[in-house]
Design a protein. Structure first.
Length: 646
């Protein structure tokens, strides 16, 4: 796990950007505190920051060039089947100079060309320069576990793991107002867009091949879902469970390979507990880590995590946090974010990563299971909408009541009203509109109304609709819930969940590996019928049933509580001056010109009312954006984050 950056110049003007390569590399120091390196040849420059995981010697440093001097690679990520691939190459006469997966990738590219990507089991962002051909190959992993950003103009092409590197290279800072509009709806920016016009996220499972001034983009991987093949699945439910356990055991064992201390996140939920149970088969006294919430006992699941830790005799550490502990890290998170991202649970991930890094360099996680196997409340809502029946009709019939009752995430009754209202509204929509509505914190109309008149004119309606259409392309009126899960893997997973984990873990120089996203597990998940994943009584059905023999029964006897950062308390307390006198003050909003003063004022009024609803999430999105704006749009030069680990 590392950080990469670089450029390919099309003109002499583009070559002048090579001088900024060291600054671009320094900007991502927390991604790789162990070493750095640069490669410059003619029109190409490659930069690298290393977090040493495999072969800790200097032999593993990058950029790495083959013995002929023709090919040079920078690579961020891990390839979990590299040893098998290495052995095959050795059997064909290849000799290796290191014990790294990087050298395996380089030799595969040399011998097999771009098609080698399909052989890789792992996550990555990589770039390979061919000196003789004068070409650059850039690729991203299947599911989007590792980020890769691209900027291109007539003079050059830049790439980097983080926006900070591109800013150091000198990209123009021009706001993409369609991306801003979608951010205000979703609290994150879906790819390929970014907050800056001209900067794109290379989509998961895609690569670029650059030669001369020609840039070819190609999709090399697509999540393997075929409804007709699913219908022909002949495995019994019991056979499906056995297969899932087998695949997950293999995926977990692969992700334990490292030359540094490895641990696992253990939240007390089913997914992370499954990973710990399987990892304990292959590692004695696994290091496990949990966060407890001392001031929020409703969300504290450490007692369940301890049951799993005791059962598998792990070296378990609980980081017991107060709300003050959380609050004290808010600006650490805000300062690291280089593109607006407002999933507030990033704060907890940041702290967990920071504390875990004191004892391990790699951590396994349960990420991906909810998206693959239907683990969210919205999946149960979708199931119920499609099933119909008395309960669904009753909720919809009381729509007027849900509209007038107070709604809030911070009380049981208020939260139920909020959920019923969203469900009722979804019942009236088709699958595309319902998905977008349930994925959003604000409607398109409400998000546009937050913008100033000048900003609204810059939101191209046709472009906004095209991007939305591209996101929802897999949803059809006659489809089933698997299409919803497929859409989750192309929207929520790469641009919210995985982006959050990558940002917050790499801010603390920690590598996180999710076994559920092994390509073999993903392929199997999308071969299963909906009824294997969810029914009227159970979400994530096959995961819960398959691993029941391995987990304490107590994990099945309590409701799942996703942690809620106490934003509303902070906004009405410690952060109120930040809202009223600084970032969301009338004076700053007017001077900035991005938002509508009256709309922001109305949102603040709702925040302090008895029926705040989801407004705290929208306020948080505004605070994140405003902090980002001050840091990157008002400052003449973006500052690199402080080094977290030396």
């Amino acid at each position: 796990m590392c950080g990469i950056t670089g450029l390919f110049a099309f003109t002499d003007t583009g070559r002048s950007s090579l001088a900024a390569l060291p600054a671009s590399t320094d900007a991502i120091v927390s991604r790789g505190p162990d070493s750095q390196g640069h490669f410059v040849y003619d029109r190409c420059g490659l930069g690298f920051r290393r977090l040493a995981i495999l072969d800790l010697s200097a032999d593993g440093n990058q950029p790495m060039t083959d013995e002929s001097g023709r090919y040079t690679i920078v690579f961020n990520g891990e390839i979990f089947n590299f040893r098998e691939l290495r052995q095959r190459l050795i059997s064909k006469g290849h000799k290796f100079h290191s014990q790294t997966d990087t050298e395996v990738i380089l030799r595969l590219y040399i011998t097999e060309g771009r098609g080698f990507l399909k052989k890789l089991n792992g996550f990555f962002g990589l770039a390979i320069y061919d000196k003789e051909e004068d070409s650059l190959f850039i690729a991203r992993d299947r599911m989007g576990e590792k980020p890769l950003l691209i900027y291109r103009d007539e003079d050059k092409l830049f790439f980097a793991s983080e926006m900070k590197s591109l800013l150091a290279l000198g990209i123009p800072r021009k706001l993409d107002y369609v991306a801003l509009s979608h951010y205000l709806q979703l609290n994150y920016i879906p790819g390929p867009a970014t907050i800056f016009r001209g900067v794109k996220k290379l989509l998961p499972g895609h690569y670029l091949f650059i030669k001369g001034k020609k840039v070819v983009r190609k999709r090399w991987y697509k999540v393997p879902y075929d409804a007709k093949k699913v219908a022909k699945n002949k495995l019994t439910y019991e056979q499906q469970q056995a297969k899932l356990v087998e695949l997950m055991d293999d995926a977990t064992a692969r992700r334990l390979v490292a030359d540094v201390p490895v641990g696992a996140f253990l939240s007390g939920g089913i997914d992370s507990s499954v990973v710990v149970a399987l990892a304990s088969r292959h590692t004695e006294h696994l290091n496990t880590f949990s966060i407890g919430y001392r001031d929020e006992p409703f969300f504290d699941e450490t007692k369940y995590a301890k049951l799993v830790a005791e059962r598998y005799k792990t070296n378990h550490t609980v980081f017991s946090l107060t709300n003050q502990d959380l609050y004290e890290h808010i600006f650490d998170v805000l300062d690291y974010i280089d593109e607006p991202f407002a999933d507030s649970s990033a704060l907890a991930v940041y702290i967990l990563s920071k504390r875990t890094r004191e004892k391990a360099t790699v951590a396994l996680s349960g990420d991906g299971a909810d998206e693959l196997f239907a683990g969210y409340n919205k999946h149960m809502g979708e199931f119920q909408v499609r099933q119909g029946g008395f309960k669904a009709e009753a909720v919809t019939g009381l729509n007027m009541l849900w509209e007038i009752l107070p709604k809030s995430r911070n009380s049981f009754f208020g939260n139920k009203v909020r959920q019923f209202q969203r469900f009722s509204r979804g019942m009236l929509n088709g699958p595309k509109d319902r998905y977008w509505d349930w994925a959003s914190f604000a409607s398109e109309k409400d998000s546009r109304n937050l913008l100033s008149a000048a900003s609204r004119r810059k939101v191209g309606k046709k472009l906004a609709e095209k991007r939305r259409k591209d996101i929802l392309v897999n949803l059809h009126a006659d489809g089933d819930l698997n299409e919803v899960l497929l859409t989750d893997t192309t929207l929520v997973l790469p641009y919210d969940m995985l982006a959050k984990v990558d940002m917050m873990s790499m801010a603390n120089s920690l590598e996180v590996r999710p076994p559920f996203l092994d390509p073999n597990v993903v392929r199997f998940a999308f071969s299963l019928p909906v009824e294997s994943k969810i029914d009227a009584n159970m979400k994530k059905r096959i995961v819960q049933d398959a691993f029941r023999p391995l987990l304490p029964e107590e994990l099945y006897k309590r409701p799942k509580h996703g942690f809620e950062v106490p934003l509303l308390k902070w906004f009405r307390g410690e952060l109120r001056p930040l809202i009223e006198d600084d970032l969301l003050s009338d004076a700053f909003i007017e001077a900035q010109g991005v938002f509508d003063v009256d709309a922001i004022r109305a949102l603040k009024t709702q925040l302090f009312s008895r029926s705040p609803g989801d407004v705290h999430a929208r306020i948080w999105a505004l605070i994140v954006f405003q902090h980002w704006w001050k840091r990157y749009m008002m400052a003449p030069v973006a500052q690199a984050p402080k080094t977290v680990v030396q």
